[in-house]
Ligand binder design. Structure first.
Ligand SMILES: *Cc1c(COP(=O)(O)O)cnc(C)c1O
Length: 360
């Protein structure tokens, strides 16, 4: 067996311990004589898996009792519609556009009501987070929407926007569990798990209880109503059962590592190694305004597309995989999620140094 350092933006690297444990339990989950994949989602064994996963997530994030945790399907993209369908009572919402994902979410919401784009960083290819301290928040906005960590462009809100009392809804797909978070600041905080937690197909929605109502837009499907899933404790229909099981194992791993404070320190240390190198490099250059840099996704370029392509190719041959930037931006991107070890970033920086020496 040989594993590479996988810098993919998602689906992405998972903790090796978790994969090993899942492998050990593959044929016979703890004496049940079957795989979790083969198990009824109504069984006692599965109930323990899903309730345990929720309890561990609540503990890790300090989720207050007046928030529900929902394990849903359809990825983060399904939420782009589900959020307006459930929250747009006035048929108006404010969106801050910091990249493709926020842009897509706004476009989807537009099918259901009026969308005000109250700030954007599109003018500079989304390389920064706009000043959100005094935005023209709409009087009748049902919520203010952000994408908190911009996976493609490598920016992160280090301070949440001033929503002037309006509900904040955040897509945290690519920074989920990377650092401590104050859940009480959000109405909804949600993310697809394939970036930092588990296998694609699961989306976790943490939603304040008073937002879960039957008063949704006319025509909202049962499956797209938060209340359906909240009432059934995420077991209204067959959930993405195996995916939730892996998420649960990652929550256990995070607890064992020391929780989100410790993850934040580790992530800061990893990111610093790479950013410090980029800041002094004569060949490579980070593309994000330093104060808005993400701890999770680090885009960089040489300024020469052919050289970028050669870098990605040679890095791959050296066991450093998936460093190609998003197809819409080019260059390179290293995603250094929770499960990427410090040694992986060290290996990347060493390779970049060598490549720089050979190509200057
Ligand atoms: C990957 C990603 C998405 C899309 O996730 P899907 O599960 O593929 O729908 C949405 N938002 C962010 C921030 C992402 O990184």
């Amino acid at each position: 067996m040989s594993r590479v350092y996988n810098f993919s933006a998602g689906p992405a690297v998972l903790p090796e311990e978790v994969l090993q444990e899942a492998a050990d339990e593959m044929l016979d989950y703890r004496g049940t004589g079957m795989s979790v994949m083969e198990m009824s989602h109504r069984s006692k064994a599965y109930e323990e898996i899903i309730t345990g996963a929720e309890a561990d997530l609540r503990e890790l994030m300090g989720i207050p009792d007046n928030y529900k945790v929902l394990f849903l399907q359809g990825g983060a993209s399904q939420q782009f519609a589900m959020i307006p369908m459930n929250l747009m009572k006035n048929r108006t919402a404010d969106y801050i556009i910091t990249g493709q994902w926020a842009k897509k979410a706004a476009q989807e919401a537009e099918k259901y009501g009026k969308v005000n784009r109250i700030a954007s960083s599109e003018d500079q290819t989304y390389s920064y987070i706009p000043d959100c301290s005094d935005l023209p928040v709409s009087e009748d906005a049902d919520y203010v929407y952000i994408c908190e960590n911009n996976t493609i462009y490598g920016t992160k809100y280090h301070e949440l926007p001033n929503t002037k009392g309006k509900l904040l809804v955040a897509d945290v797909s690519s920074c989920f569990l990377s650092e401590p978070v104050d859940v009480t600041k959000y109405g909804i905080v949600y993310g697809g798990v394939q970036k930092n937690i588990g296998p694609a197909g699961v989306v976790i929605v943490i939603i304040r209880e008073d937002l879960i109502t039957e008063d949704v837009l006319p025509g909202t499907p049962t499956m797209l109503t938060y209340k359906t899933h909240a009432d059934a404790k995420s077991l209204y229909n067959t959930p993405p059962a195996y995916g939730i099981y892996i998420c649960g194992k990652v929550f256990q791993w995070l607890k064992k590592m020391g929780g989100l404070e410790v993850m934040k320190e580790r992530n800061e240390k990893k990111a610093k190694l790479l950013y410090d190198f980029l800041d002094q490099s004569r060949l490579f250059k980070g593309t994000v305004v330093p104060k808005d840099r993400s701890l999770m996704n680090v885009p960089f370029v040489t300024g020469d597309a052919d050289l970028d392509a050669r870098f990605v190719k040679e890095a791959k041959a050296a066991g450093l995989e998936n460093l190609k930037g998003h197809r819409t931006v080019g260059g390179m991107r290293a995603s250094i999620y929770n499960a990427m070890p410090y040694e992986g970033v060290e290996a990347l920086v060493a390779f970049m140094k060598k490549f720089e020496e050979e190509n200057l």
